[in-house]
Design a protein around this ligand. Structure first.
Ligand SMILES: [Zn+2]
Length: 105
């Protein structure tokens, strides 16, 4: 069972890495375009500015999570619940590669 998990882990890891890189690029593009818009200003609506800077914060947080996922991959901690260290379901990770906790935590 443990061996099967390990085998699955090594098979799925490259797919996860590609997905994380894709996600990272997508977020970076979104972040850059938003930063450009913020620099140019968007009329005199403060709400607009606030909304955009809030989105920027969220995007930056997502980027941090992606970096954290890469660090976990490097140290062989990816795919383990950050609280109880139970291996996460691979179908969950394939759908949501940034999942940190198992369904029980
Ligand atoms: Zn857990």
């Amino acid at each position: 069972m443990a061996q099967k998990k390990l085998f699955l882990n090594s098979l799925i890891r490259p797919i996860i890495v590609v997905r994380l890189l894709g996600e990272k690029n997508r977020i970076l593009e979104q972040k850059n375009s938003l930063e450009r818009k913020l620099r140019l200003g968007c009329g005199n609506a403060d709400i607009c500015w606030e909304e955009k800077s809030e989105t920027l914060k969220n995007l930056s947080a997502l980027l941090k999570e992606i970096h954290w996922a890469f660090i976990k991959i490097i140290f062989g901690r990816y795919g383990l619940c950050e609280k109880c260290e139970t291996p996460l379901f691979w179908n969950t990770l394939m759908k949501k590669p940034l999942t940190k906790f198992c369904p029980y935590c």
